[in-house]
Design a protein around this ligand. Sequence first.
Ligand code: ADP
Length: 334
Amino acid sequence: LRMVQATAMGNEPISDEELRPHVLSGFIGQPTLKAQLQLFLDAARKREVPPDHILLAGPPGLGKTTLAMIVANELGVPIRVTSGPAIQHAGDLASILSSLDAGEVLFIDEIHRLPRAAEELLYIAMEDFRVDVMVGKGPGASSIPLTLPRFTVIGATTREGMLPSPLRARFGFTAHLDFYPAEELEKLIARSAAVLGLELAEGASHQLSLRSRGTPRIANRLLRRVRDWAVVHDLDVVTDEDVREALELYQIDAEGLDRLDIAVLNAIVKQFNGGPVGLNNLAAMVGEEAETVETVCEPYLVREGFMIRTPKGRVATRKAWQHLGITMPDESVG
Ligand code: ADP
């Protein structure tokens, strides 16, 4: 295996962090979003104030955390990272808020999972830059309002609909990240391959881009598995055929569907005769949390036309039946 970089010898694991771009110009794809964000950041810099709060919505692995870090980096301010599930009590959030420096970015991943009391505290802090700190315990306890320096919240969510509207209204800029077209993933794969010191033949990066479910995180993950393949087989250059063989081993099919996607489609088609089936039944059938099926699997299956959501439940499309190689019962005949 020819190594482009001496550090990428394969014995040092290269983490997600090392594949993350640090500046907006290095962020691949999403041109509209990038232009909006650029303007937003330029204005804040020119006015010399921290920018408004930002909400990033979209399926996992599309670059929400990466964008948050880019924003902080471009503004030259520190970033504090937390998440909805990590904050169990409003007090946890109060102590984070009261320790923020002026201009700092507070990144809250899975913000739709904040406890209700923390949510209320957050939107007051976002609006008025104030937090009420409880002092003492029991009947003698009192709350003291504490003024905060101006800071910027960047919230990320896979379920925008679950955010209460008062909280959603506090964000001055909301961006929706969408699945990436194969051409953009191909650029991303080329960039990551260079970082990993892996040489891909022309067809190989294309093949990888088609099988990455429109998702940068998956593209990077598959690329690493392909790198394993190249190391084990002593390859100088990875071909289209190598990618196919390596990914088959990991049960990624030609449409980029993985084991769980296929399990979901199989359940609808085989157990429920094509649907409609409710989310909870479907999740139970494949042994996954309903939220995982809904936020990880479904957006891609729906977008690629394998499944539709109806008021009565999920329905497999003709394309899904065909993909599974099962003949669809003809409705016009029975
Ligand atoms: P999310 O927070 O939406 O789940 P991340 O920001 O953690 O997703 O992105 C997952 C991985 O994909 C990161 O390691 C990052 O390197 C890569 N990535 C995501 N979006 C892009 C992009 N537009 N350009 C380059 N790399 C990206």
